[in-house]
Ligand binder design. Structure first.
Ligand SMILES: Cc1cc2nc3c(=O)[nH]c(=O)nc-3n(C[C@H](O)[C@H](O)[C@H](O)COP(=O)(O)OP(=O)(O)OC[C@H]3O[C@@H](n4cnc5c(N)ncnc54)[C@H](O)[C@@H]3O)c2cc1C
Length: 581
């Protein structure tokens, strides 16, 4: 079954739940109104359905290959990329002066939602060129920005992010790639980077690699890292720049997106930002990529939900043997799975949009206090969206396979590809384990928990406003109880602080899951407050919120208990004993 973009769902969230008019009031977005935004997303839906979705299974079957040192992408990808850039999709939220359309990030995210749902392997490339443009606009010199950004925004050039090395995965401080300064201010960069997404391809001639490396005087660890722009082809001469691909990985999923080993051998590079501030600069790119990786989960989950609902309606099994078999949608266990799938996906999608919305406000609001509050909330939610969003993609697509059963496990229906493709979002852009640590150490503990407090204040405000609303009662009750549990756990973890780092880390993933559960409930509350409960749409949303409140939110009890267990049991065996199996 081909992908059907969830346009109505997306418009409902942006318009009714988040109220995009609030964004369009800011001077930076004065040129946008609901009609224009709707028209853009409607065109985007058409593009993703007609041009990108048909590539998804072709990409999975053919994959990208390395032929004579060059990466060849699957049939149709290059042509689709040409259509993508010609139609101007690569610069939706980029500034007009560089050729973009200056639309809000939330709208760009909505488009990315459909691109990822249609073909996640394709989506990886435009994601990086936008993120690299933002990085350069924030930290690059005027000369570099003028020379590079317009080409990235137009999509004529592509970009990569080069962090990982064989000995430096999550532990970025172990990067060994070296950058030697030259008299003219440039650098010669040498080293081997692994897992580089679209490290080479046949879409564009020029590729801009954003490379973390070490200069000769660098101290060990992340504080010794600097950031370099290394073009595939030298700017002045157009000659090759000693950047080569020695391997394209064979992978579980995401097969059309080439994952490359990239070797740099005295490649000419330009430093971006101050020496030794490389990681800080790169975070502009990383954070934007994390936001889009956050929507990959709900995007794939949503496609899987759509397919599973149709299958459950059509497939007939069970019931009285003297009658026609029942649609499997009539079986309680199948309904249970469908409800989990929808309730989780709808909550996560809304949460990622809420985060993008706040990033927009943090960027463009005129009042400083408003910008700061929105920024703090987005910072708190981003690791939650990345980890819980990606888990949602994997869990929901796995349930879609379960509903299709044997017909899902074989490749004909396409749902097994969703499981394989969704899995990687839990790994890249910082593993989910690292997101959980980030949430605890950088977001909860810093500045006396101000980010957490902004989050709970917002939830409490909406709870207060929903007090008298009859149809939101089950969610109000469940949310109040889970929020109290979260408050208790947060106080516990803040008290542990840095003194008992192992106990803190042992509870990190469960803490992130608890925040995600509460945040999902908050989203359902806002969804039901935005619907007319006399319509089928409204009744469906209310049923999903009730299910989330009654079936899913009790998970808070288990999570809260786990958070407090501490690390004792985990370290009751030493490494040598544990490894003996
Ligand atoms: C398809 C794909 C595309 C990718 N694209 C890119 C790219 O474009 N550019 C790029 O630079 N990289 C890319 N990566 C690399 C990716 O970012 C890394 O795989 C990821 O950061 C994890 O590193 P690792 O695989 O070495 O795992 P490791 O760091 O070895 O982690 C192994 C396990 O240990 C855990 N762990 C590690 N350290 C800690 C800690 N301190 N505390 C708790 N747990 C810990 C991890 O959570 C994980 O479960 C890509 C990877 C894949 C699979």
């Amino acid at each position: 079954m081909l992908y059907k973009p969830p346009l109505n769902e997306i418009l409902f969230i942006l318009d009714k739940v988040l109220d995009w008019r609030q964004l369009f009031r800011y001077p930076a977005y004065k040129h946008v109104d609901p009609e224009l935004a709707k028209a853009v997303l409607t065109e985007g839906a058409k593009f993703t359905a007609d041009i990108l979705a048909p590539l998804n299974s072709i990409g999975d079957e053919q994959g990208s290959r390395l032929l004579a040192g060059k990466v060849v992408t699957p049939d149709g990808f290059k042509e689709a990329y040409e259509q993508f850039t010609e139609a101007g999709w690569s610069g939706l939220d980029m500034p007009e002066k560089y050729g973009g359309q200056a639309l809000p990030l939330a709208l760009q995210l909505a488009f990315a939602d459909m691109v990822n749902g249609a073909c996640i392997s394709f989506a990886m490339l435009p994601l990086m060129l936008r993120a690299a443009s933002s990085l350069l606009m924030e930290h690059g010199s005027k000369d570099i920005v003028d020379r590079v950004v317009p080409h990235l925004v137009s999509g004529r050039w592509a970009a990569t992010i080069c962090i990982s090395e064989a000995g430096a995965g999550s532990d970025v401080g172990r990067i060994k790639t070296m950058a030697l300064p030259q008299e003219d201010g440039c650098y010669l960069v040498s080293g081997s980077k692994i897992f580089i997404t679209y490290g080479d391809h046949d879409f564009t001639e020029q590729i801009i690699h954003m490379v973390l490396a070490r200069t000769p005087d660098a101290v060990p660890g992340t504080r010794g890292l600097s950031l370099f722009l290394v073009p595939k082809l030298q700017f002045e001469s157009g000659e090759t720049n000693n950047v080569s691909v020695s391997r394209v990985e064979k992978k579980m999923g995401l097969k059309a997106s080439p994952t490359c080993v990239l070797d740099l051998d005295q490649a000419l590079g330009y430093r971006i930002g101050e020496e030794f501030r490389g990681l800080n600069c790169l975070f502009t790119m990383v954070n934007l990529m994390r936001l889009e990786v956050s929507i990959q989960g709900p995007a794939i989950a949503s496609a899987a939900v759509h397919q599973a609902l149709h299958y459950a309606d059509e497939r007939r099994q069970g019931g009285r043997s003297d009658a026609l078999p029942l649609s499997i949608i009539e079986h309680a266990d199948v309904r249970r799975m469908l409800f989990i799938m929808r309730a989780r996906t709808e909550a996560m999608r809304a949460l990622v949009y809420e985060t993008a919305f706040n990033l927009d406000v943090a960027r463009v609001a005129e009042e400083e206090g408003e910008r700061r509050e929105a920024g703090l909330l987005a910072e708190f939610l981003l690791p939650v969206c990345k980890a819980a969003g990606s888990e949602c993609g994997f869990e929901v697509s796995s349930l879609a396979v379960q509903i299709h059963a044997g017909h899902g496990y074989i490749s004909d229906t396409g749902v097994e590809q969703y499981v394989r493709d969704a899995r990687v979002s839990m790994i890249y852009e910082g593993t989910n384990g690292i997101q959980a640590l980030d949430l605890l150490t950088r977001k909860l503990l810093r500045e006396e928990g101000i980010r957490y407090r902004v989050f709970t204040d917002r939830v409490n405000r909406d709870l207060l406003e929903s007090r008298d609303c009859i149809h939101s009662r089950p969610m109000v009750k469940a949310l109040q109880t889970s929020l109290a549990r979260l408050e208790d756990c947060s106080t516990h973890l803040i008290a542990l602080g840095e003194q008992s780092i192992r106990d803190l880390e042992a509870g990190a993933s469960d803490y992130l899951n608890l925040v995600a559960l509460v945040a999902g409930g908050w989203m359902h509350l806002r969804i039901i407050n935005a619907v007319d409960t006399n319509t089928d749409f409204g009744r469906t949303k209310t049923a999903m919120a009730d299910f989330y409140a009654e079936y899913l939110m009790p998970e808070a009890v288990v999570l809260a208990e786990r958070i407090k267990i501490g690390a004792g049991i985990l370290y009751s065996l030493d490494g040598d004993t544990l490894v003996h199996y």
